[in-house]
Design a protein around this ligand. Sequence first.
Ligand code: NAP
Length: 292
Amino acid sequence: MLTGMQIAVLGGDARQLEIIRKLTELDAKLSLVGFEQLDHAFTGATKEKLTEVNFSEVDAIILPVPGTSLDGDVDTIFSNEKIKITEEILMQAPSHCVVYSGITNRYLDDIIQSSNKKLVQLFERDDVAIYNSIPTVEGTIMMAIQHTDFTIHGSNVTVLGLGRVGMSVARTFHHLGARVKVGARKSEHLARISEMGLTPFHLDDLQNEVNDCDICINTIPVLIVTANVIAKMPSHTLVIDLASKPGGTDFRYAEKRGVKALLAPGLPGIVAPKTAGQILANVLSQLLEGDK
Ligand code: NAP
């Protein structure tokens, strides 16, 4: 239980509602900032303006998955209030107060450091990334269906990267009946791809591996689907780039060449906000219990 804990939830999307639900069930006291347009009320949670929160009594601050913008602004879909997180706000919080977000950026890192606080990035954790890969794959399937006129079954699918997302994508498309090739650079990844019954290739050979590709799914967050690679793809190839912005595809060249290439960020929050929120809520509640 989180009895006696005071937590500020600042902004966010539908995923945050699952977090609020779980933490109030565990008896934490919540200050909700950026939720005034939310019809639902949660027992133990009070909707407040940023200026009304007494940060000196806050044990934890929960930011939305993207954290802040590079100017410190926090997105919220439930309010028109502009929420800006500053060093001054964090300085008001007690030294034990932990800040939670999905990812970070230079601005957030800087104010965390200058206010001497601890930041936990939930998406850096393997468990969160692996659970989150499940709705990511479902969103990828949705995009593949929406943007092709052929079945996934029987099509040639090239997956780039065998990380937490790449492995789930490769396995699921294989089970849907696609012929799946996976590109990686580590020998242990190439071995694992073979063990999974898929066709491995080294990323150095990428240009030579895409000439029969129907769907290319990238999970590598560096420019990997270059103009040279796109030039070797059939014109009907669909590129779905899952890597974090700006993705790993030369989108300009893809457009010039007439190859459809889509950057698809944030799929879990789009296709399954409830599940995506529950994944975060479960991990957060365990971490907060540990902080007590
Ligand atoms: P991960 O486990 O770190 O996997 C990243 C993969 O990229 C690994 O196979 C890694 O191989 C490879 N890689 C990284 N840098 C490389 C380079 N310079 N050259 C070749 N390969 C390289 O990450 P993840 O959790 O799978 O996430 C993958 C990406 O998807 C991230 O950008 C993440 O933010 C994004 N994501 C997007 C969504 C969405 O909805 N679109 C959802 C979840 C995650 P090595 O081991 O050889 O480095």
